[in-house]
Design a protein around this ligand. Sequence first.
Ligand code: CTP
Ligand code: MG
Length: 223
Amino acid sequence: GDVAVLVPAAGAGVRLGPGAPKALRPLAGEPLLVHAVRRIAAAPSVHTIVIAAPAADVEFVRRLLAPVAPVTVVPGGAERQASVAAALAAVPAGPRIVLVHDAARALTPSALVESVAEAVRSGHDAVIPVLPVVDTIKEVDVAERVLGTVDRSALRAVQTPQGFRRSVLAAAHAAAGDPLTDDAGLVEKQGVPVFCVPGSELALKITRPFDLALAEHLLTLDS
Ligand code: CTP
Ligand code: MG
């Protein structure tokens, strides 16, 4: 394998409601992070996995994942971007391709990990999985008055894993300013072209209780 996967998993999960950090909440009896790491490790290209865990749970996460896959666990930061930077700093020499994949997208198929990695390998410096936007999108002002209707055909909803040539991601993080919610955004600021590949509905981000219920149901369908 020529791929390192960074897994930001240090978030609190505020929108999921009170409880453990989101990556450690149970889904069908196992923490979200276990579901995510199992699928990442099953992708043949993956050589190295680095988890950014909540600082108080680093040892717990090491023990949790030891039977699942060989992983490195580091403490995450206050923002997702800081967690990714901490994980990136722990990647050993070797992998030329780095993927960044949210623990919250716990049901992401191994095949999506492979297709993003393959697109980077084939020459794209930055690759993101996307889905078309299905809802009509309106732009509004602060008073909730509609300013206009956006042309949805030119919009994409973005998922993870996002894949990068390692040197490109490292340079983007070294130059990073205000925290962004995705890594491709940092690379875009560097003027690097970002290429889209088809995403997967199974790569949904578990954000609210509804998403957790949906994920539970999807697992009963054997995803
Ligand atoms: N994340 C992280 N470090 C942070 C914040 C987020 O590693 N300081 C990770 C989360 O663990 C998650 C991913 O980034 O896997 C996407 O973030 P999000 O879905 O927003 O998760 P949380 O921040 O945990 O949720 P919330 O915003 O509802 O608190
Ligand atoms: Mg968050």
